[in-house]
Design a protein around this ligand. Sequence first.
Ligand code: PEP
Ligand code: MN
Length: 362
Amino acid sequence: METEVQTMKEIMQEKWNKRPLIISGPCSAETEEQMLGTATRLAATGKVDLLRAGIWKPRTKPGLFEGNGVVALPWLANAKKITGLPITVEVATAKHVEEALKFNVDLLWIGARTTVNPFSVQELADALKGVDIPVLIKNPIHPDLELWSGAIERLQKVGVQQVGLIHRGFSSYGNTEFRNAPMWHLPIEMKRRYPGMMLICDPSHICGNRTLLQSVSQKSIDLDFDGLMLESHIDPDNAWSDAKQQVTPERLLEILSGLIWRHESTTEQEFINALTTLREQINQVDDELMTLLGQRMKLSDRIGQYKKENDITILQTNRWNDILERAFQNAENLGLSKEFITKYFDAVHLESIQHQNRIMNS
Ligand code: PEP
Ligand code: MN
């Protein structure tokens, strides 16, 4: 009789293609007991595909817990043996890659503080040459898509076949609602640049707290992300790193069970027909909007001409305030947010100024 024992490589392959892909585990592997406890309780949820843990922790300031290093790798290997879950760690140097591979780590991820540094990313790429292991790249801490793309290119150039992305939000100064602002348009742009490339969301590092995890996770699903990486811990309040944002495996299950997984497409004809009709209407409206914007700029050109002839400045603050005030009033009735209207009019205003500038200086 033929026995069918799946190798870990095959299991990892299945996971790589599974949607949604759910990665969870503690921010840091603290003790063997914590690691095994978290892993078994995560496995019991039946919803987790991969076990994560930080072994080498990049900390903003010295003196904080910087991870247990290689000592923790056997704990992860043990957790895999007990639960059957493939394991993943963050790597930042060639040495990390070498150590992780020694312990048969199944997937590697590159942290946000590493993606910003082309030297580090190249060092990782060189260490990964000829190695058959999937790699997920977190976005750089600041909103620079070229660096994110650069990291993808560096890995692909050395032949890494399976490259995916993790959106963990972007750092900004001052107190904001999020620890790292999601700036959703940026991961969406990466989806456009790399169609078909896996993109998962890390709501834990976006939120920095537990309360927003559910809504940020749902938001990413609605934007057609391929999965989630969420931090979990047997005793979140006493975690050695990122205590505020970690949840117990049981809370994780609640969060995951509360999510509605929507798909980007379907083959259902009625739905497709309805969508096609609505999209045609949207195209129509977009065409009209463009025509109107063109007309608006022509009017602006004529005003520019008058300003030029009468030596009047382009920017007239009072007039600009009036425009915004009128727009806000209209927006409310039309169900448009103040934030959107501000962005829209800023863009229109800027274009208008450029038009008038051209006229002034012609
Ligand atoms: C982490 O995943 O624990 C981590 C350090 O994340 P990031 O690189 O996104 O800050
Ligand atoms: Mn963390």
